[in-house]
Write a protein that binds this ligand. Structure first.
Ligand SMILES: *Cc1c(COP(=O)(O)O)cnc(C)c1O
Length: 366
């Protein structure tokens, strides 16, 4: 079966490699790993992921429901702010509830029906190359940092969540930040049952010292007598997914430009927000092309790449590492056809699992 482009292609064989590293880390360190649904919520592959992860964490009512219904395992509910009208349904779907602020904790802790309750802490240190993604940025609203105020509410919580990394592939940097967290919050951690260290640790990357991470996490858990969670999003799915597109036209204006049946703004929005280029493989050859999207946005550009022959209409291009923060953000800008979702099974067969139609476009507005 040939699937019409554009489509996202999730390759379970690559996904499994990440998941096996997650399982290894869990076994070596005793930590639990919860998938952060805000990064990746393509539930067709949750059956495979659930074999290697302990459950999910969420940032909204919709996500916590999805985690409960489609992933199973342990379901954590977190939100920057819960609303009065959603909190009961959030709690009904959650095994643990984590509040972002002491005021949310005060407001809702009586409604949690005996479930373990946590509070997000902001250690005021972080690893992030982007200010927009830095939880410890100046005037951050993400988590509490004042020890005196936190200690006064300790009787209401059994754990904390500290998320302060973004794509951190540097183990030493992680370990140093953890040491600062221990320094700052150690007295609180000793009195808790569980600590989630959030996501953003790129431990499934090539050459990441997994063994050292496992040791560090195990030591941390033992020192404070806590159960430790990680919340990987990107690390769980990195490199597992491509965006498959087709060249619709080629034009020239100082450079050769190929226009494809997709759009960076609609289908890989994260690249636009972070001003990053897409990647394609192998990206080698004598012919340089700017690959651009078909929306009206002048800057709808995936990047410049090398090809071994001139591109022409109908040529297929595969954009790499298009799984994280892409499908969860896709939109109907310009009415561009939304990419289907396909899965390459472990035996190599490719199945189309979702297609989008004009009706979906119409139904997305009123
Ligand atoms: C975004 C986020 C994650 C996942 O981050 P990744 O960088 O995708 O691993 C985990 N926990 C919290 C609280 C988050 O906000």
């Amino acid at each position: 079966m040939t699937i019409p482009t554009p489509y996202y292609l999730v390759d379970k064989t690559v996904l499994l490699k990440n998941l096996e590293k997650i399982s290894y880390l869990r076994q070596r360190s005793g930590v639990k790993c919860l998938l952060a649904l805000k990064c990746f919520a393509t539930w067709s592959v949750f059956d495979l992921m659930a074999e290697h992860m302990d459950g999910t964490t969420s940032s909204s009512l919709n996500e916590v429901r999805l985690g409960r219904e489609k992933f199973g395992g342990e379901t954590h509910a977190y939100s920057v702010a819960f609303g009065d009208g959603e909190i009961d349904e959030v709690i009904a779907n959650a095994d643990k509830v984590i509040f972002n602020s002491l005021s949310q904790l005060e407001r809702f802790h009586n409604r949690t029906g005996g479930r373990p309750v946590g509070l997000r802490l902001n250690p005021q240190v972080s690893y992030s190359n982007f200010i927009i993604a830095d939880p410890a940025r100046p005037n951050s609203r993400l988590g509490e940092w004042d020890m005196a105020r936190i200690e006064a509410s300790l009787d209401k919580i059994s754990g904390v969540m500290i998320h302060c990394h973004c794509e951190n592939g540097d183990f030493d940097a992680f370990s140093k930040i953890l040491a600062e967290i221990e320094e700052k919050f150690g007295a609180v951690l000793e009195r808790l049952d569980w600590v989630s260290l959030g996501g953003g640790i790129h431990f499934t990357g090539e050459d990441y010292p997994l063994e050292a991470l496992a040791e560090r996490l195990k030591g941390f858990a033992e020192r404070y007598g806590v159960e430790v969670y990680l919340e990987p999003g990107e690390a769980a799915i990195t490199n597992s997914t491509s965006l498959e597109v087709t060249v619709l036209d080629t034009v020239r204006n100082g450079k050769d430009i190929a226009i494809v049946d997709s759009s960076i703004e609609a289908h890989m929005l994260d690249l636009l927000i972070y001003r990053l280029e897409a990647r394609i493989a192998p990206d080698s050859g004598a012919h340089n092309y700017m690959i651009a999207g078909k929306s009206c946005l002048a800057g709808d550009i995936f990047g410049e790449f090398q090809f071994d022959k001139p591109l022409s209409v109908g040529d297929r291009i595969s954009i790499s590492d298009a799984g994280g923060y892409t499908m969860v953000k896709k939109n109907w800008f310009n009415g561009v056809q939304m990419p289907s979702i396909a899965v390459r099974e472990l035996d190599g067969r490719v199945n189309l699992v979702k297609g989008f139609t004009y009706t979906d476009y119409v139904e997305s507005l009123s």
